[in-house]
Design a protein around this ligand. Structure first.
Ligand SMILES: [Zn+2]
Ligand SMILES: [Zn+2]
Length: 79
């Protein structure tokens, strides 16, 4: 299982297991090599800018960047 979030140093990791139904998905959440948990999370509702904005493949309330930000190289990190 590979973490779906952008490279990050700490915090929890999330790997997508399966789609549950429209708008939700089953994720495996873990921290380090222990403390794994299965969680059902709503899809991230944030869409990229532009008329044909790309949808985010992560879950609502995730940390780090949206997946569509990975492809936008000059995006400043807003923190
Ligand atoms: Zn991670
Ligand atoms: Zn997102």
């Amino acid at each position: 299982m590979q973490c779906q979030l952008s490279a990050h140093e700490d915090g929890e990791h999330f790997g997508l297991l399966d789609d549950v139904e429209y708008g939700t998905a089953l994720w495996l959440r873990w921290r380090g090599t222990t403390a794994m948990a299965l969680v059902v999370l709503a899809d991230c509702p944030v869409v990229g800018p532009g008329a044909d904005g790309e949808g985010c493949c992560l879950f609502a309330g995730h940390t780090e960047q949206h997946t569509w930000q990975d492809t936008m190289e000059s995006t400043p990190r807003s923190k």
